[in-house]
Each structure stands twice: as C-alpha cells, then as structure tokens.
Design a protein around this ligand. Structure first.
Ligand SMILES: Cc1cc2nc3c(=O)[nH]c(=O)nc-3n(C[C@H](O)[C@H](O)[C@H](O)COP(=O)(O)OP(=O)(O)OC[C@H]3O[C@@H](n4cnc5c(N)ncnc54)[C@H](O)[C@@H]3O)c2cc1C
Length: 361
C-alpha cells in the first residue's frame, strides 16, 4: 500500500489523526515505538471530565480500547508496533527502527504525535531507587499490576499528582502526603477532596529538600517555601517513605521536530520548546504537522481533537475528501475552542498566541 500519511505515535492524538485521515480516504501508516497502542491512555483507569465528544465520563483505558479497535479495523491504516521513528530528512525520507530492523518510508505528509516526557526535580539523592515519575508509577500499578512502594510521598498537587495519589490509595498504598510548591492545589478539587477525606495531608507552599537512604529510599526531608519560593529556615520536616512520586509537569517530546528542522520556540505555558505552527497544526516545514502534547502539554481531550484536526486537514490537502471533511474540520475547531474556553484554558491560549502563526476561522 502506498503511504500517503505517516502518523508518528499512537497515543490519543495519533490514533485520532490516523482514524480521521483514513476515514476521509487516505492511506495511513501509524508507527508506535511501544509494543502496544494507546500512549498515556492505557494507564488511566479514572473517568475523564469534559464533554461527550471527547469521551467524558469514560475511563482512559476504555477510550484507548475504542480508538485502537477503530484503527485496527480500518483497512486503510497499517499499524507498526515496536516502530521507533529515528529521523526525518529534508527529502521527506523517514528512518524507522521496526521490530529490530532499520527501514525507510517516504510518505507525502507526516503528523508528529509523540507526546511528552515527565519533568524531574533537583534535590540531594534524587537518583535513589524508589523515586519515580508519576507516569512510571501509573504504568507499574495500572498496566503491570505491581505496587511501586508501601508508603509514598507525592510531589505535585496538579491533576496528575492528585489523581495518581488517589489511585495509589485505591491500590492499598499508604500515601504519606502530597507536597505542593504553590500556595494552593492546582488539580481538580474533587480528587483533592477524596485524598483529604482519607486523611492524606496536603503540604502547600512546600518542596523536597533531600531524599535519604543507603541503597534505596527510606525517607524524605521537605521544607516550607516563602512567597519568593525560598526555603524557610528551620521548617524542615522528615517524612518516612519508601517511595517518592514526582508529578511536577511534562515537557513536549520534540526531538524529531528539532532534527527535521522545524522552527521551535520556548513557551513556558505549553511546557517547554514547541514548534511554530499555523491554525491547522502545520509546522514551518510544509510536509510536517503536529498534534497532542508534542505541540504543547494539555490534556487527552485536547490531544484527541488536535489529532482529528490534523488528520482531516492533511487528508483534505491530499485530495481525500470523503463527505463532510470541511464540515467536520469546522466542528473540531469549535470543539477545541470550547475546551480551551474555561479558566484552565487561559494559560494555554496565552501560550498559543506566541506560536500560532496564522489562525483559522
Ligand atoms: C501520569 C499521567 C496522568 C494523566 N492523567 C490525565 C487525565 O486524567 N486526563 C487527561 O485528560 N489527561 C491526562 N494526562 C495527560 C494525557 O495523558 C496526555 O495529554 C495525552 O496522553 C497526550 O496524548 P498524545 O497522543 O499527545 O501523547 P501520548 O499519550 O504520550 O502518546 C504519544 C505516543 O507516541 C509514542 N512515541 C513517542 N516517540 C516516538 C517515536 N520516535 N516513534 C514512534 N512512537 C513514538 C509514545 O510511545 C506514545 O505512545 C495524564 C498524563 C500523565 C503522564
């Protein structure tokens, strides 16, 4: 099958891009470096917020299963698992390590949907075994059924921190507390309230000073921060824990964008360096589009709608215009605007104003 569109990454953004591009009539290759599809969704056992169009009220794992099923059943989508895309060259050739072999493909257009990587923190002994990112903790618990520790201290009270802390409680782990550098909980109040009902203390305006242990984590010293984010002398507190979970943000996984020569800009509101793009998610390279966290860290719902927009837009450009492509595009743009219209969207919209070169109506 001739490949018209290569979609890189099979998280919510990549799955939606592949699905909508194929439904519009394009031949799609979906390449995923992992041995299963779904990206971050396969570890998200909680129900999603948002509106019906973005699967609100459903669990991340169930949303992944639906999207994967639709992609697998579509004969216009070829799926490569264990396929890590290594490079995109000026002539449009893409190199892939596919199931242990190197190969090249030359699609007409590329949609990069590689997601994001977890950020970490600098403190003494931050490399002790027992210190994890929140994504790793979710993978251990919810994908492999392995408890990461007996007593865990969570760092970060954003959505990911409070959700993963609650999932740890549900799995029978003792959650020693949630440490948050900001003056207030940033995550959904409903999850924070569940933690508080279980007696989990939330230490706002606090941070981690040091981790302790000889061969693995045994305890953590936390300290209070003043309004200038400086340590308050004498405020140190030792908390016994054999696990420390860092939920301190994500940064877009942009290596392929840098390597392929797309123009990039540092935008703190979007999580780090992101590509300049137009309102249709086309980067400064005509053949490369982006969707999802790689274009700015948001949430799965926004990643799905961006995937839909990129998939439809690229398919339409290639002349694949099965009924209602333009109407579907209009509707998806409206969905994205609605998702970003609440208070949580203000930061994202401020960030987007710095990188979107040309808005589309
Ligand atoms: C711990 C955690 C909890 C979260 N909880 C929620 C939540 O409750 N609600 C919510 O809305 N959002 C949540 N999010 C955020 C949400 O998961 C992401 O916004 C969403 O998954 C982004 O989708 P994506 O498709 O852009 O990226 P991802 O889901 O990260 O998928 C990217 C895919 O690309 C693949 N990939 C990367 N590089 C390559 C390459 N070179 N070649 C081939 N494949 C590659 C990766 O393996 C991955 O499968 C959470 C995130 C984390 C980390």
């Amino acid at each position: 099958m001739e490949i018209q569109i290569l979609v890189i990454g099979a998280g919510p953004a990549g799955l939606m891009a592949a699905k909508y591009a194929a439904e519009a009539g394009a031949n799609v290759l979906l390449a995923e470096r992992a041995d299963r599809l779904g990206g971050q969704l396969i570890k998200q056992t909680h129900k999603f917020f948002g509106s019906k169009e973005e699967y609100a009220g459903e669990r991340g794992i169930d949303i992944a299963a639906k999207l994967i099923d639709e992609c697998e059943k579509n004969s216009k989508i070829s799926i490569w698992k264990n396929a890590q895309v290594l490079g995109i060259y000026p002539d449009g050739v893409v190199t892939v390590s596919y199931q242990g072999n190197f190969c090249t493909v030359k699609p007409e257009k590329i949609i990069i949907a590689t997601g994001a990587a977890e950020k970490t923190m600098a403190f003494a002994n931050n490399d002790l075994p027992g210190i994890y990112g929140a994504g790793a903790v979710q993978t251990l618990m919810n994908v492999h059924g392995v408890l990461p520790a007996k007593r865990i201290l969570m760092v970060g009270a954003g959505n990911i921190g409070v959700i993963v802390a609650y999932q740890l409680l549900q799995a029978g782990v003792d959650v020693a507390g949630v440490v948050e550098a900001g003056p207030a909980v940033g995550g959904y109040q409903v999850h924070a309230a569940k933690l508080q009902r279980h007696g989990v203390p939330i230490y706002t305006s606090h941070s981690v000073k040091a981790a302790h242990g000889s061969c693995c984590l045994e305890g953590v010293t936390i300290c209070r921060l003043d309004k200038n984010w400086q340590t308050v002398a004498g405020s140190e507190q030792y908390i016994e824990a054999d696990g420390l979970c860092l939920a301190v943000g994500l940064s877009p996984l942009t290596e392929l964008l840098w390597q392929s020569g797309c123009e990039m800009k540092y935008v703190p509101e979007l999580g780090g360096y992101v590509p300049l793009r137009d309102g249709n998610l086309r980067t400064t390279r005509n053949d490369i589009y982006v969707a999802g966290d790689v274009s700015g860290v948001e949430e799965a719902s926004a990643a799905m709608v961006e995937g839909k927009i990129a998939g439809l837009e690229v398919a339409a450009l290639l002349g694949c215009r099965k009924p209602d492509v333009y109407q579907a595009l209009q509707q998806a743009r409206g969905q994205l605007r609605a998702l970003r219209s609440g208070p949580a969207g203000v930061k994202i919209c401020n960030g987007l104003r710095k990188v979107v070169l040309e808005e589309v109506g």
